[in-house]
Design a protein around this ligand. Structure first.
Ligand SMILES: Cc1cc2nc3c(=O)[nH]c(=O)nc-3n(C[C@H](O)[C@H](O)[C@H](O)COP(=O)(O)OP(=O)(O)OC[C@H]3O[C@@H](n4cnc5c(N)ncnc54)[C@H](O)[C@@H]3O)c2cc1C
Length: 339
């Protein structure tokens, strides 16, 4: 693109992913971060919302930082389909020319972002963990860890627009809502016809039967190899249920087949930011901490007083998980015998 063409692009957009009419948390995290970045560029934040029956969401998006919400509400967009969502977003981007487009690095975001960037022939930094603005160059700088988190690399996209990035859930802070904020709602008509779409959704099957995802959980109890075997996760589930928490895992129990990959926390798993993280038999390897270090309160149970996790835990319990966890379960039962 020529310098004049680049100048035509203005504003920061956030794709709002929604499930059953509720925005996913990472989209709201990105609105907050996007607000800070857009203020530095002196531009608007636009939320782009696609789905069916999503009319209840837009106000919330404004409270989280959007100045404008583009709403594509249509039965054709009820279920996520790459082709449909990419068509809708690309059309709006070509019409309005935002300079930045941010997308949460969820399963959907990781599928959608490369399709959009390829269609627009622009760059997309995938899975980044930091974003900031280089004011002099008027560019967004997207950073992500490399080589097992030993290096951080910065990425810029100076010659194409929009500059795109996907951001992992949980790495940006969820800012408080400002219910006094006002914004503009823009409803767009879609020109898509069902017969032109190559994919039909026959059925949607939930992988997590209890609904909320690990990334959105308020409390997470994570099991590591110190649990000893697959039965350790049954014990952990009991503790998690009593605490109304979710169960997570390090990568080694996943590799051992004790628990599915859906539960893995860390660099190649999910990034979580709960109010309470309890690590049971977790060593605290850097690839694991990459996905949980932003937890508000970190409690570690480990038999080895020199385990790395004690270097960043708020509370450490030195002991055998097979003694400590049953003791906690017993205590919680005694505190509330009805459970
Ligand atoms: C490219 C790459 C990506 C990776 N991605 C991830 C990732 O996404 N997530 C992830 O978690 N890891 C990831 N890893 C693996 C990571 O490096 C560690 O190997 C892994 O996190 C260790 O898991 P762990 O703590 O369960 O096991 P271990 O390192 O084996 O630690 C077990 C801990 O349990 C303690 N323990 C043993 N018995 C007991 C007991 N009875 N009671 C209490 N404590 C006990 C031990 O003292 C020890 O600290 C990745 C590695 C690489 C190279």
């Amino acid at each position: 693109m020529s310098p004049d063409e680049l100048k035509e692009y203005k504003g920061l957009w956030v794709f709002i992913e929604q499930r059953n009419g509720n925005p996913v948390r990472v989209s709201l995290e990105l609105l907050g971060k996007g607000r800070t970045l857009a203020d530095q560029l002196d531009v608007d934040v636009t939320a782009i919302l696609v789905g069916e029956g999503v009319s209840g969401i837009p106000e919330e998006l404004i409270y989280y930082g959007a100045d404008r919400v583009i709403i594509a509400d249509d039965p054709i967009a009820r279920d996520y389909r790459t082709e449909v969502y990419a068509d809708i977003i690309v059309e709006q981007v070509l019409r309005e020319k935002p300079e930045i487009l941010l997308i949460g690095a969820t399963c959907i975001g990781r599928d959608l972002a490369p399709r959009i960037s390829a269609r627009l022939e622009t760059g997309c930094t995938a899975d980044c963990t930091e974003l900031h603005i280089d004011k002099e160059m008027r560019l967004i700088v997207a950073a992500k860890p490399f080589f097992g988190r030993n290096l951080m690399a910065d990425f810029i996209c100076p010659f194409r627009r929009p500059q795109m990035a996907t951001v992992r859930p949980g790495v940006m802070e969820l800012k408080a809502q400002d219910r006094k904020r006002k914004g503009k709602l823009i409803c767009v008509d879609l020109n898509l016809k069902e017969e032109d779409i190559r994919v039909t959704v026959l059925e949607t099957v939930r992988s997590a039967p209890d609904g909320t995802s690990l990334e959105e959980a308020d409390k997470v109890v994570v099991g590591g190899m110190g649990l000893g075997d697959v039965k350790g996760f049954e014990m952990l589930k009991e503790l998690a249920d009593l605490l109304r928490a979710k169960v997570g895992a390090t990568s080694l129990p996943v590799d051992a087949g004790w628990i599915s990959k859906d539960y893995q926390v860390g660099q190649t798993g999910k990034a979580i930011r709960p109010r309470l993280y309890i690590g049971c038999g977790v060593s605290g390897a850097i690839q694991h901490s990459a996905g949980m270090i932003h937890s508000e309160l970190i409690v570690a149970i480990n038999i080895n007083p020199k385990a790395d996790i004690f270097n960043f835990a708020d509370y450490g319990i030195i002991g055998d998980v097979n003694e400590i966890v049953p003791a906690l379960i017993k205590e919680l039962h005694e505190m509330n015998p009805k459970i």
